[in-house]
Design a protein around this ligand. Structure first.
Ligand SMILES: [Zn+2]
Length: 397
């Protein structure tokens, strides 16, 4: 026997009495659960992008609600006796779904009407909801204008009604999506905006959507996924945004409205500091290289081998120092810092730094490579830095 769906005619029904017709043991994940069918229900099953209601049936918690043909099946955490039972839906949760769902009808209608962007799918999520649009990319201007126009309709508080009729009758009324189904169909009408076949639950007037905010737009395969929030979610999102802005403003020591300018300034300063630090590092590495070269006596073969472990030196600085050292005749630099290795030589030293690095890494473990005069890599164990330069030095002499 088909379950009578009370939410079809009264989406604002929060409590109801029904007859429990069947109650069978089932599973909910790892836990025991019971499948219950009633003669009538106000619980909305998961369908059409709108999630199922939760709430209470007698003493039992309603965990899931699903369509099973003509029946609505309630999954409960405990059994209920057959016979009369009282149902109570989680109203704040359901009203939130109604706000998001009605907001979706409105939003899809505005995107279609103004920009010929049809909605190809809808998802009502825990935090944000999304519609997927097909067609041209909705630019920032399109997004802003759609948001503005949708909110104008919300402020006008237009009636939202359920209409019944055959496919032919609805077609005459200008239904947006044609349905090839026999019998009486259900459609949702937002006065002067939208008429669309739908079996979901909706608010009674656009004013109850409260506010509609568009958030991110992302390309998903061939479509454009637009995130939106309505009602209490919009308030929460705006409050969250402001909290973030305040946090950013405090970090930048400015007011929230000055954040843009403060970020530009901070980026310019960062870039200037970076250039200064780079120039200083280059000068420092040249000076250090000169001192090291002067302090190191060439061996019997005329080669000057400079091997050093400099804990804390950055990869950039190590590279600069090795390059500066390798500008000196017959000089080889074998440098390490926290597992990082840089080997470099002046052309006249005539060894193979790439091969030397590979031999070191083969012996001690690690990855890297380079050219004949310059190679870099890193050890798997940074504790082997000292061993690495000693190993390389022995092979150069
Ligand atoms: Zn709907």
């Amino acid at each position: 026997m088909p379950t009578r769906r009370l939410y079809y005619d009264d989406a604002f029904l929060r409590e109801f009495t029904a007859e429990a017709l069947r109650c069978e043991p089932a599973r909910h994940g790892d836990a025991a659960a019971w499948r219950v069918v009633l003669d009538q229900t106000a619980f909305y099953p998961d369908s059409g992008g709108q999630p199922a209601d939760t709430g209470l049936l007698g003493e039992a918690r309603v965990l899931e609600v699903a369509d099973a043909g003509d029946e609505v099946v309630h999954l409960l955490d405990r059994p209920v006796p057959l016979g009369p039972v009282r149902g109570q839906i989680d109203w704040p949760c359901r009203f939130d779904h109604m706000q998001q769902h009605t907001g979706q009808h409105l939003l899809s209608a505005v995107f279609l009407e103004r920009y010929s962007l049809p909605t190809v799918s809808f998802h009502l999520g825990g935090e944000v909801s999304t519609i997927d649009l097909r067609g041209q990319e909705p630019t920032e201007a399109v997004v802003e204008e759609t948001e503005r126009a949708a909110n104008v309709i919300i402020f006008e508080s237009r009636p939202v009604r359920v209409r019944y009729g055959t496919a032919e009758e609805l077609d005459k009324l200008g239904v947006r999506k044609k349905v090839e189904r026999e019998g009486k169909l259900r459609a949702l009408e937002i006065e002067g905006v939208d008429l669309q076949p739908c079996g979901g639950t909706h608010v009674a007037g656009t004013g109850q959507i409260g506010l509609l905010l568009l958030r991110r737009v992302a390309k998903i395969r061939q479509d454009w996924r637009v995130e939106f929030v309505c009602g209490e979610r919009a308030r929460r999102a705006a409050r969250g945004d402001f909290r973030l802005l305040q946090h950013a403003a405090a970090a930048l020591s400015c007011g929230p409205e000055e954040i843009g300018a403060a970020i530009d300034r901070a980026q310019q300063e960062r870039d200037a500091h970076f250039r200064t630090a780079r120039a200083l590092s280059e000068r420092l590495s040249e000076a250090e290289a000169r001192l090291l070269a002067e302090d190191t006596q060439p061996g019997a073969d005329g080669l000057r081998i400079i091997s050093r472990v400099s804990p804390g030196a950055s990869a950039d600085y190590l590279g600069l120092l090795a390059t500066a050292l390798a500008k000196h005749d017959k000089t080889i630099a074998l440098l390490a810092s926290d597992g990082l290795l840089v080997y470099a030589q002046h052309e006249s030293a005539a060894k193979d730094m790439n091969q030397l690095l590979r031999d070191t890494l083969q012996a001690l473990g690690g990855k890297g490579g380079g050219q004949r005069n310059f190679a870099r890599g890193h050890l798997s164990d940074p504790g082997h830095s000292e061993q690495a330069v000693t190993f390389a030095r022995e092979r150069c002499s």
